[in-house]
Design a protein around this ligand. Structure first.
Ligand SMILES: [Zn+2]
Ligand SMILES: [Zn+2]
Length: 366
């Protein structure tokens, strides 16, 4: 067909089709030139998601919450607090799913976990030990991972995890080679200390000193809390505990991380459960009041509110909150506590971070 025989409408169609074809051709040419770059960017992105960006700021004591819940809030990672300074990491408790938060947090290098400190052997404080040792081994840790804790139960926990992960260690060693995955670096090693004294030094290196102190969490044997000191800054982790008789020993710390139960609410939950015929839940919510620290004074017994009234703290971080901290009634109780407390109170949340620069009074909450 000759062009002069085309109608005006058909000419327009021809122009549109031609322009569209040129556009498609241009896109195809551009894409073919850039395909390699696009592919490379994709692969680089995959590596970036697996590569951490270390926080290279020196002499800042970092407190990172990688697990904040108890067994009664199974949808949130259970208790674990990472103390980090000069790219060395010290893990206090390793509750279930906390290792995933450690890794995804993105600035903590699992290859440089120096030690783990266990407050006690309840499952919500040890459940992620296997994942932690595996993640740090895979990322290049160069020794077995020491696990500190009070009493012989720590040896049982360490032996149990080492046995459970034995096949995994063997598979990886065979697959990647013994030079790359040194078998001994995939092991936990128990560092047991006894607690004849109320407080004792259990660990010291060039960055930090760690003291353990006895806490009332009976009938659990060997329950302790930890005081971490780096130069002029300090953090205290209560572990699981009933309200302690005396809090003078935490006077002046920068961060007190304290567990808590809102006994008034857990008692109501227990009563509801009995009324609804769920005796197991009723019993559990009644029993747990015995060995956790009630927040607000209740039933003629002092809670953290009055016990900490005369104590000087930089920040009070509440953790391991029972019942679930996302419940509206619990939120209101926490708000009431905050308004009544003279302290700067924060509610520990996943991957929340508190930074304490050394030789300074500054406290930065991120
Ligand atoms: Zn617990
Ligand atoms: Zn406990």
């Amino acid at each position: 067909m000759k062009i002069e025989n085309l109608s005006e409408k058909n000419v327009l169609k021809l122009v549109v089709v031609t322009l569209f074809s040129i556009m498609l051709l241009t896109v195809a040419v551009v894409l073919s030139f850039n395909l390699d770059t696009l592919k490379q960017n994709f692969f680089d992105k995959q590596v970036e998601t697996l590569t951490l960006i270390p926080d290279n700021e020196e002499n800042v004591l970092r407190v990172v919450f990688t697990g904040v819940s108890s067994p009664l809030t199974p949808h949130i990672a259970q208790q674990s607090v990472v103390i980090s300074i000069n790219n060395k990491n010290y893990v206090f408790d390793a509750g279930s799913r906390s290792t995933a938060n450690f890794i995804s947090q993105g600035t903590l290098d699992a290859a440089f976990i120096e030690a783990v400190f266990i407050t006690h052997t309840h499952s919500d404080h040890i459940g992620s030990l296997g994942e932690l040792v595996l993640a740090s081994w895979g990322r290049g840790r160069t020794s077995s991972l020491p696990v500190y804790g009070a009493g012989k139960e720590i040896q049982n926990v360490v032996d149990g995890f080492n046995l459970a992960y034995l096949p995994d260690r063997e598979h990886r060693t065979v697959h990647h080679g013994e030079e790359f995955f040194k078998p001994e670096n995939g092991l936990l090693i128990a560092k047991i200390f006894q607690m004849p004294n109320p407080e004792r030094l259990v660990f010291e290196d060039s960055n930090i000193k760690v003291f353990a102190f006895v806490v009332p969490h009976g009938p659990i044997h060997g329950a302790v809390g930890y005081r971490i000191i780096a130069d002029d800054r300090s953090v205290v982790i209560s572990g699981d505990t009933d309200v302690m008789d005396n809090y003078d020993f935490v006077n002046g710390v920068d961060v007190l991380i304290h567990e808590t139960i809102i006994e008034e609410i857990s008692t109501k939950v227990s009563e509801s459960a009995y009324r609804l015929g769920n005796e197991r839940i009723g019993e559990i919510f009644k029993d747990i009041n015995d060995y956790h620290a009630n927040l607000i004074d209740y039933d003629n017994r002092p809670g953290l509110l009055s016990k900490l009234e005369e104590i000087d703290l930089g920040i009070l971080a509440l953790i391991h909150i029972i019942p679930d901290k996302d419940n509206i009634i619990v939120k209101r109780a926490l708000k009431r506590f905050k308004s009544k407390s003279k302290h700067n109170v924060v509610i520990a949340d996943i991957n929340m971070e508190v930074q304490l620069p050394l030789n300074s009074k500054e406290i930065i909450v991120k």
